[in-house]
Design a protein. Sequence first.
Length: 212
Amino acid sequence: MKLYGYWRSSASYRVRTALNLKGLSYEYEPVHLVKDGGQQHSEAYRKLNPARLVPTFIDGDVKLNQSLAIIEYLEECYPQNPLLPSAPADKARVRALAYDLACELQPVTNLRVLQYLTGELNCSDKQRSEWIANWVEKSFTAFEQRLTEYAGDYCYGNSVTLADICLIPQVYNAQRFNLDLSSYPTLMAVHERLQALDAVQQARPENQADAQ
Ligand SMILES: N[C@@H](CCC(=O)N[C@@H](CS)C(=O)NCC(=O)O)C(=O)O
């Protein structure tokens, strides 16, 4: 197995966490998203992934993009340490929590969106920071409310799921942007419990070979 990713990419971070939780070993191939104008735009990488985004994942002759699709593939092929509950309603709720972060929050704070704001749209650094804070606040406020209904030790009950895998990188990003997260006590308590897990620690950006 081979993962093309970037240490600080939240979507790569999700796949690393899932692989570690399932105890799967893999080769890591860094794609620097900033150096040389972004290696995701290189001809070689575009052949692998025309969307010019990380991650890309290879398992034998299977090549995949989209972190959630990759994790669902892992879940089906390597069912040990399941990341989704088995009952349909529980599974759908976990997926919905994951999508709340991966489809509603991460895309509007992605590198190319922020680059477009400060480049083409000429926004100041202050406006860029306000943009990020706005979307994190909206998303985390709703997520916190859902967790008061669903959370146990983790986002959904007492097992680590896809929802937790999506939460971890969003908290990492929010902390990187120095946002005040004290209004989300349930979310932060879950996050703290997740950080106690080895598999989660090993997936942290600063523990990757390409970390700077
Ligand atoms: N929905 C995609 C998101 C992929 C994505 O946005 N990747 C970011 C890093 S987290 C990226 O490659 N950004 C490069 C860019 O914006 O140029 C997934 O889950 O895999």
